[in-house]
Ligand binder design. Sequence first.
Ligand code: ADP
Ligand code: MG
Length: 644
Amino acid sequence: MTPMPLIQLERVDKSYISSTLTVDVLHDLSLNIWPGEFVAIMGASGSGKSTLMNLIGCLDRPTRGRMLLEGRDLSGCDRNALAELRRHVFGFIFQQYNLLPTATAEENVEMPAMYAGLPKATRTKKAGELLASLGLEERIHHKPSQLSGGQQQRVAIARALINGGRIILADEPTGALDSRGGREILAWLHRLNGAGHTIILITHDPQVAQEAKRIVTIVDGRIQSDTGSSDDHPESAPPPVSPRTGHAMELTETVKTALHALRANLFRTILTLLGIIIGVGSVVAMLALGDGAKQEVVSRIQAMGTNLLLVRSGAPNLRGSGGSTATLTIDDADEITRLPNVKRAVPEMNGSVTLRHGSNDSQTQATATTADFPATRDWHPEQGIFFTEQDVRGFAPVAVLGQTVVQNLFPDDLQPVGQIILIKNIPFQVIGTLSAKGATPFGSDMDDVVLIPLSTGSLRLFGQRHLRTINVEVDNIAEIDATQEEITNLLTKRHQIVDFQVRNMASLLDSANETSNTMTLLLGSIAAISLLVGGIGVMNIMLVSVSERTREIGIRMAVGARSRDIMIQFLVEALVVCLLGGVLGVAGGLLTALIAMQFGIAAIFSPTPVLLAFGFAVATGLLFGFMPARKAARLDPVVALADK
Ligand code: ADP
Ligand code: MG
């Protein structure tokens, strides 16, 4: 078998082409490197040594000409194939060490093996052994900043060796070290060469170059001299370059790396998290409170009784107040009572009045009604009694007070029952107080009311016989629609005009539901917008992170990370932030709703909004993390490595 060069460069040109200018660096350069050689590539600064090393190390491609690795032409290789070669064939040692500053010595050494898909335990063991053989067993868990330059360079050597490192490319490895440290590293390169590794040492220093068995001198991108290789190349070629097919990195590994990176920049991570937490939290809280408010409205309307029909004065097309002019009469109420299926018809006459007791006064709604009021409205006295049929027939000057009125007129704990109050300057005796009802579905205070007999109110307070409403209680709910129609027919006949409206609780429920659905939608969309803003925050931070960590990306690519690995790494980082923010946001949202409940605000917890917000958070991570991740994955390894 004829011996074959390990690396062949054939008439290689390299130009850096940018939009503004083209720099031609290497010119028509041909070079063979044999297995097991120790070659120094020497030249002045700017002569193109690093450019050459990047080509040999598959970090970059020639502009013209071709490179062969064990006879295999690399011209057709895509980014992934080149990454695979870097991962399994080459080991890089840089002047500035290029270790990840946030990772320990061991983690730095493990990195190429991680991208090669080696299981965690195996590569930790391997990294430990390599570091120990380089005299760093005490420094395994130290960060680069805690190591001397020589120690850092030895970590870099271990990293170059973990996947085999058949070809070691050392670019000015001693450039940043003192002479003793430099000699140490050169001794290591000799040892590795002795063990069969091919060494390519790049230097501007003739003394360092003397270490090599062969010196190739470059001037202005051309080979000026080559001391030549010894002719006794090993007859039997070393095992062919057969990279193991790279496994995908495990997910847990990726998540750990992401958490690591997030922890390294804790303050920024917290700020980013905050955006997502607020977004998710507000979605969850708003929907819980919205649902709670809706449920409360529904239950209040139902508490008013589903067997009720409400007859109100005013034309039906006047929405809302039900008309300001009272058009119903007490006789209408009597007639309605005679209809079939009507159990009771309770008239209500309303007006605003001034109440007075001692020096306290209160502007209040007075409702004049009959003794059936408590039964029909399911609203009973808390203290004392309600007025009776006799009171109504006898024009009794008696009053029953709502709780708000009690508080306004009797602030100093005086028992109201038995007291005389003035309504429009007419004395009434308080005979009872009503239980508290709270606000109506439409927000007004139901307890701000004084109830008086219909007759008394009609004659002495309001001086008229017209009613605002008639509450009709039916016997059989199943026939409530028919009764509603009969009432409509009856009143239309009596009034000769539709100056009233008959509503049932179902229609009230409908309009209340409509209102609260609109509210929920509104609150929900405000919350969704804040989630969107959070997502934009994530994207922003991730973009900053990518440009800040360009060098890290370059290092990862140099040791063999595929574009996909980089992409996944940044996507997972965005996802982890959003998931974490999602979890904390859901917790925060639920907590907010719980606190609101302590203050008497209704809230309903259902899984849907929680899942929805959580799903949104994940989608936000993927969506807004994608662009930065792609930006990172598309970086050119050489450009990324050169980043300061
Ligand atoms: P050396 O390592 O021998 O000092 P380099 O290979 O780093 O030299 O650089 C050779 C020449 O190419 C220099 O003139 C340098 O300015 C130029 N150069 C290197 N990298 C780039 C690049 N990415 N874009 C443009 N010019 C570059
Ligand atoms: Mg250089």
